[in-house]
Design a protein around this ligand. Sequence first.
Ligand SMILES: NC(=O)c1ccc[n+]([C@@H]2O[C@H](COP(=O)([O-])OP(=O)(O)OC[C@H]3O[C@@H](n4cnc5c(N)ncnc54)[C@H](O)[C@@H]3O)[C@@H](O)[C@H]2O)c1
Length: 353
Amino acid sequence: MTTFRVGVIGAGSIAQSHLSAYAENADVELIAVADMNLERARAVADQYGAPRAYADPHELLADPEIDGVSICTWNNSHANWAIAAVKAGKHVLVEKPIARTLAEAEEIQRTVEASDRVVQVGFVRRHSPNCQVLKSFIDAGELGEVYYAKASCLRRVGNPGGWFADKEISGGGPLLDIGIHVLDLCWYLMGSPKVVSVSGNTYDKLGSRGNVTTMPRYKAADYDPSKNTVEDLANAVIRFENGASLLLDCSYSLHATKDSIEVSVYGEQGGAELEPALHIATEMHDSVVNIEPQIASRTFEFGVGFAHEIQNFVDTSLGRAESIAPAWHGVEIVRILEAIYESASTGREVELG
Ligand SMILES: NC(=O)c1ccc[n+]([C@@H]2O[C@H](COP(=O)([O-])OP(=O)(O)OC[C@H]3O[C@@H](n4cnc5c(N)ncnc54)[C@H](O)[C@@H]3O)[C@@H](O)[C@H]2O)c1
C-alpha cells in the first residue's frame, strides 16, 4: 500500500476539518503543519500527531518527505502558496476560493498546465453523498437538459468579521465566502457550462450588524465590529452558452426572517433540490412523482464531506482517480464572481468570452 505524506499550511478553523480527515485516512501520514503563528502550528501538529511544525510555509514546502499539501490560509495567499507548492513538486488541495482575483486564479492554472501535479480546489459540498447521488442521476440523463438553477445562501446576522470582512485579504464578502458554495454546486450539477454573461448587484446597507448582540454568530478570531469593507448582499443572473441560466443571491447581513440555503436545478425531464436537502421530482405516466433516493443523509454533513474530499485528493494524487474539483473549475467560478463585482460596480451586464 502507498502512503501519501501530507503537510497542512494554515492552522486555523478549517484546517481542523482537513487534519481530522487526513488523520482518519489509512492512506495518509501527516508530516507537518505550518502557520505564521508558530504556536498555533505547533499546537495543531501535536493535536494530530504531525512530527514537524513551521512558521514559514516555504520550509514545509522544502521538506522532501511531503507529497501533498492542503492550503488553509486566508484567501490573499492561496495563489502564492499553491504556485510555490506545485513548483516544489507537491500535489495541492487549496481551499475555496482558489484565489481572490481572476488574474491570480489564471496564474495558478498556467502553473498547473506546466506541471504534472494535481491541484484540486476545496469545493467540499460537491463531495457530499447527496450531491454525488444527484450528479449520478443528472449524468444518466434522468433530469434531461438542465436549463435553470437557483443558488441562495442568506444569513441575517452572519458577518464573521476579522479577515473575512477585510476585502483586501478576503477579496470579497458573502459572495466569495458562502455564495461561492451554492453557485459552485449549481454550476457543477449543470455540467460546468461556459458562462457568457453576468448581471450582478451588491449592497452595503446594513454593515456588519455588530450592534446586534442578541443573536449568536460565528466570529473570526480577530473580530472587530467597526472594521468591515465587504458587501452585505450580492445577487446575480448568470447566462450560459447552452442557454441555461442561474439565479444567485447571498448575504452576511439581511432583514430576512430566517437564515436559509437553497440549491435547486431544473431540467426538461425532472428537477431537484440539493440544499437544504435532496429531493428529486419528475413526471411519470402523466403524474408528478417525487423520487426519494434512500441514502444515509439527504443533507450536507461537514465531516463526511471532508472525508470524501480528502479521499478524492489522495486518490487523484496517487494516480488512481480523477479529481471531481480540478483547478480549472475553481478558475471558472472566480471568473463568474469577479464578473458579478464588475457588473455591480458598472451597473451593466458583463459579457464573457
Ligand atoms: N470549505 C469550507 O467550507 C470552508 C469553511 C471555512 C473556511 N474556508 C476557507 O479556508 C480558508 C481559511 O479559513 P479559516 O476560517 O480557517 O481562517 P482562520 O483565520 O481560522 O485560519 C487561517 C490560518 O491561516 C494562517 N495564515 C494566514 N495567512 C497565512 C500565510 N500567508 N502564511 C502562513 N499562515 C497564514 C493564520 O495565521 C490562521 O491560523 C479560507 O480561504 C476560507 O475561505 C473554507
